[in-house]
Design a binder for this molecule. Structure first.
Ligand SMILES: Cc1cc2nc3c(=O)[nH]c(=O)nc-3n(C[C@H](O)[C@H](O)[C@H](O)COP(=O)(O)OP(=O)(O)OC[C@H]3O[C@@H](n4cnc5c(N)ncnc54)[C@H](O)[C@@H]3O)c2cc1C
Length: 425
C-alpha cells in the first residue's frame, strides 16, 4: 500500500517537460481563448485548422493542469448526461444526432493523434461497461437502447466470458464498446499545444486571466503579467474557473474525483486482468480503470465536493480496487491525485455566447474528452459564422447551480445514489 505520497500525478511524472513563456506584454489577436484544457485547446485547434491562426491561448498554470491532464484517459462516445436522459430531453432524433457528434469527436481525436504525430500511448483495445449488479436486464436494456435508438452496436459478454477477461468474480457480464480507446491525456494535451504553436497560435502558460472587460467592439483581457486585446474571447476554464466571470462560474459545480496508479505489477497484472481494454461499471459512482503499458494499473473513482491529498486518495481507491481484485492485495500505490470536473445542473456541456458577446465551453463533467473536442469544433464554426451546431446545445443553457448550497445538495444526492447502489447489489 501507499506510504506518504506526493501530489505529483503519474501523468505529470511521465510526460515530457513543455514550457511556454508567461505573457509579459500587450498583445492583439482576433481571438483569445482562456484555459489550456481540452476545451480551450480544441477550440484553438479547430480555429487553426479552419485557417484562423491569429489566436492567443492563455493558461493560468501549465497546459493540461486541470481535469484534462489528470483524467482516466477513457475516450468514448456520450456525455455526462446518460443516453436515455439525453434523448428524453432533446427528443429522439436530435438526441441521436448529438450522440453521433461525440462518436465523430472520438474519430477526430484519433485523426489528430495521427496528423500531429502525438505520442500519447493510445491503446485501441476498446472499453468495457461491466455490470456491478446481478441483474442481466441492465445490460440487455442498454445494449438494445444503443442499437435501436442510436444505431450503435455494443457486444455483450456473459458472466463467465467476462470473468475470463477481467479475472474478477465481482461482475455480472459486460458490454464492449469496440471503437473506444484510452490514452495518456496529458501527453495528448501537450501534443495539441505543440501543434498549435507550430501552426502559429500563441500559447502562454502561467498567464491567468484576471479580468475580462469590454473594449470597443472587442475585449480586453488582463493577465498576471500582461494583457490581450481581442475581437472575440472564449472562456474554457472548467472546474478551475474560480471567480473569473461570475455569470459563468455560477452555472457550474466544481466536483472532485480521484485517481491512483499502482507500482508496475509484472505478472500480477494478467492475474488480475488479461485485457488491454479499459473498464468501468454500471453504478452511479463507478470505478474506472485501465492497464498501462508498463504493467501498472490506473484506478479511478468516487465523486466528492472536495479534493483530497494523495495519501487519502490512495487509501480510498486501494480499498475499492481490492473489492474487485483481491488478488492485488499488497500492491504498492505509487501515485494518487484529485481533479476537478465542472458540472452544469443538467449535466450537458454548456456551449454558447453570453448576450454581451463572451463565448464559453464548459460543464463537461466526468465524461469530457470527446465532448470537449466536439465543443471546439462547434465553437470554432460558430465564431467563424456558422452557428448551426451550436444551436443544438442552446436548450441546456446556464441555470445557476446555487453556490455552496448547490454543492451540498450535490454531495447529498451522491450519497443517496451510492446508498441506492449499495442496497441494490
Ligand atoms: C480525475 C478525472 C477523471 C476523468 N476521467 C475521464 C475519462 O476517463 N474520460 C472522459 O471522457 N472524461 C474524464 N474526465 C472528465 C474530463 O477530463 C473533463 O470533462 C475535461 O477534461 C474538461 O476539460 P476542460 O478544458 O473543460 O477543463 P480543464 O481540463 O479543467 O481545463 C481548464 C483549464 O483552465 C485553466 N484556467 C482556469 N482559470 C483560468 C484563468 N482565469 N486564466 C487562464 N486559465 C485558467 C485551468 O488551469 C485549466 O488548465 C475526468 C475528470 C477528472 C477530474
Amino acid at each position: 500500500m501507499a506510504e506518504a505520497l506526493s501530489d505529483l500525478s503519474y501523468y505529470r511524472a511521465t510526460a515530457g517537460k513543455q514550457g511556454f513563456s508567461p505573457l509579459a506584454e500587450q498583445l492583439d489577436a482576433a481571438i483569445c481563448v482562456i484555459g489550456g484544457g481540452f476545451a480551450g485547446l480544441s477550440t484553438a485547434i479547430s480555429l487553426m485548422e479552419r485557417g484562423e491562426r491569429n489566436v492567443v491561448l492563455l493558461e493560468a498554470d501549465t497546459i493540461g493542469h486541470g481535469a484534462s491532464g489528470r483524467n482516466g484517459g477513457f475516450v468514448f462516445g456520450g456525455y455526462s448526461l446518460g443516453e436515455r436522459s439525453l434523448l428524453a430531453s432533446a427528443g429522439a432524433d436530435a438526441g441521436a444526432q448529438l450522440y453521433r457528434l461525440t462518436l465523430d469527436a472520438v474519430e477526430l481525436i484519433r485523426r489528430r493523434i495521427e496528423r500531429y504525430g502525438i505520442a500519447c500511448e493510445a491503446s485501441n483495445a476498446g472499453i468495457y461497461l461491466a455490470n456491478w449488479f446481478d441483474d442481466k436486464s441492465i445490460l440487455d436494456q442498454q445494449r438494445d437502447f444503443m442499437r435501436q435508438q442510436l444505431g450503435v452496436e455494443w457486444s455483450q459478454l456473459g458472466r463467465e466470458q467476462f470473468a475470463a477477461i477481467s479475472r474478477s468474480e465481482r461482475y455480472f457480464g459486460a458490454l464492449y464498446e469496440e471503437n473506444a480507446f484510452h490514452f495518456h491525456p496529458l501527453k495528448y494535451a501537450q501534443g495539441l499545444a505543440a501543434a498549435l504553436v507550430a501552426g502559429g497560435v500563441r500559447v502562454h502558460e502561467h498567464s491567468r486571466a484576471l479580468k475580462i472587460a469590454a473594449d470597443g467592439a472587442g475585449w480586453h483581457i488582463a493577465t498576471t503579467g500582461g494583457s490581450v486585446r481581442a475581437g472575440q474571447v472564449v472562456v474554457c476554464c472548467g472546474g478551475y474557473i474560480e471567480r473569473l466571470y461570475p455569470r459563468l462560474a455560477g452555472a457550474i459545480l466544481p466536483i472532485a474525483t480521484y485517481v491512483m496508479v499502482t507500482e508496475p505489477l509484472g505478472e500480477r497484472l494478467p492475474a488480475a486482468m488479461t485485457t488491454q481494454a479499459a473498464i468501468y461499471d454500471t453504478r452511479f459512482a463507478f470505478d474506472y480503470y485501465r492497464p498501462l503499458a508498463d504493467t501498472r494499473l490506473l484506478w479511478g473513482g468516487r465523486i466528492s465536493i472536495r479534493e483530497r491529498g494523495a495519501s487519502d486518495v490512495a487509501r480510498l481507491l486501494y480499498q475499492d480496487m481490492l473489492k474487485v481484485y483481491p488478488q492485488l492485495e499488497g500492491a504498492r500505490v505509487d501515485y494518487a491525485w484529485s481533479g476537478m470536473m465542472s458540472y452544469g445542473r443538467h449535466k450537458m456541456p454548456q456551449l454558447g455566447r453570453l448576450p454581451e458577446g463572451i463565448w464559453y465551453g464548459m460543464g463537461f463533467g466526468g465524461h469530457g474528452v470527446a465532448p470537449t473536442t466536439l465543443s471546439g469544433e462547434v465553437l470554432a464554426r460558430a465564431i467563424l459564422g456558422d452557428g448551426a451546431d451550436l444551436a443544438r446545445f442552446a436548450q441546456w443553457g446556464l441555470p445557476t447551480t446555487g453556490g455552496p448550497a448547490g454543492l451540498l445538495a450535490a454531495q447529498l444526492s451522491y450519497w443517496y445514489y451510492e446508498l441506492r447502489d449499495w442496497m441494490r447489489q
